[in-house]
Design a protein around this ligand. Sequence first.
Ligand code: RB5
Length: 158
Amino acid sequence: MGNPAHHYTCHVRIALGSDHAALDLKDLLATHLVAGGHSVLDLGTNSTESVDYPDFGAAVGRAVVEGSADLGVCCCGTGIGISIAANKVAGVRAAVVHDVTTAHLAREHNDANVICFGARVIGSLVATEALDAFLAATFAGDRHQRRIEKIQRLEEAQ
Ligand code: RB5
């Protein structure tokens, strides 16, 4: 048995959302996911008209928490704004990633259920490889579970 980070995950239902700044990256990632056999729930945006990233981060976060998707992918110019918005939905753990390493660690250590990319700061090949690494990784549990539970308690205290 190899590194769990490299186990292939089949058929995941994935909600995607982006603002106008990341439309191309979101569509490219959606195509990549469909080609990989996954189900895609595209929550927009679907044009280059200027929109507000919180609307799309919230939509992806709700889809994951409510169970219409297993995982989420969010894209904006930097990945930062949309991750902040997605993280306001209770139960979401959204992580901005920049490479394969941060992508698989986001799942292994943080049990991230939404992965976020900055279209203005990441190349499309790095983004697709990072997304694959995220999907292939599994949560390591153990001490990381205790830390996730502390994050959940922070949410419950609000
Ligand atoms: C939009 O111009 C830009 O602010 C947005 O895509 C994102 O980078 C925000 O964090």
